[in-house]
Ligand binder design. Sequence first.
Ligand SMILES: Nc1ncnc2c1ncn2[C@@H]1O[C@H](COP(=O)(O)OP(=O)(O)OP(=O)(O)O)[C@@H](O)[C@H]1O
Ligand SMILES: [Mg+2]
Length: 256
Amino acid sequence: MAEQGPLLALRGVAKAFGGVNAVQDITFDVQAGESVGLVGPNGAGKTTLFNCVCGQLKNDRGSIEFEGRSLRGLPTYKRARMGIGRTYQRAEVFADMTVRDHLMVAERARSRAGRLWKDLCNMSRPTDEECEKVEGTMALVGLTELADTPVSALGLGNCRLVELARALAGEPRLLLADEPSSGLDEHETADLAAVLRIIQRDRGTAVLLVEHDLGIVAEVVDRAVVMDLGSKIAEGSFEEVMEDPVVRHAYLGQSV
Ligand SMILES: Nc1ncnc2c1ncn2[C@@H]1O[C@H](COP(=O)(O)OP(=O)(O)OP(=O)(O)O)[C@@H](O)[C@H]1O
Ligand SMILES: [Mg+2]
């Protein structure tokens, strides 16, 4: 049997903004079901690389493949259909909707692509299958008790969980999250880390996690890739990379 290739393969990926080489020659893989942390000091190029993977930016050089297929030229929504889900930093939610209704919209957007607006206008009854999926996703991220609460009444931590649940409605094979813990307190961050682990364990979803908070990275990832000034400077287990003198030097002056 042929050996299965990586889920996500980056080869020599580069992106510049004018004279700034935001991302330079980045090569690494994410295997199916694996959780990889992308870390590094401010301005390292993490978000730029993240946006190249989800399709919000076009890389200037190099290749990005998902399940062996090149992503070149594909818009974000096509990448999402292929199985690349992402969260947004700001909870972009319809605030007056309950958590359940909000996730139902996401589920319908996925399962009835193209018929969404008609559905929204008619507010036709969801199918049993749609209801089951939404209840399942809420249970997975721990939002069941808040199902009937309007999203506007939620704190930031729970809004982030709604965002995660919404990304999961598309049943991604790879979940991309950029700074999901920003603005959360210690307790909320711990909850989020637990949910990310559950997603990986129960759904087998691979996770590429961009994070400043090294505590959450240590909790969640199988492996870490460290960037500094656009380049990859280390890759390995979280403990390994954090002991690497090059990484320690890059973080000098920052709280590690
Ligand atoms: N749209 C843009 N136009 C011009 N320069 C940009 C743009 N986006 C990012 N940059 C520059 O590219 C470099 C990498 O930025 P990026 O936001 O990818 O870093 P980051 O690792 O995500 O940082 P942070 O940890 O602060 O989120 C920085 O020098 C930044 O100023
Ligand atoms: Mg960033």
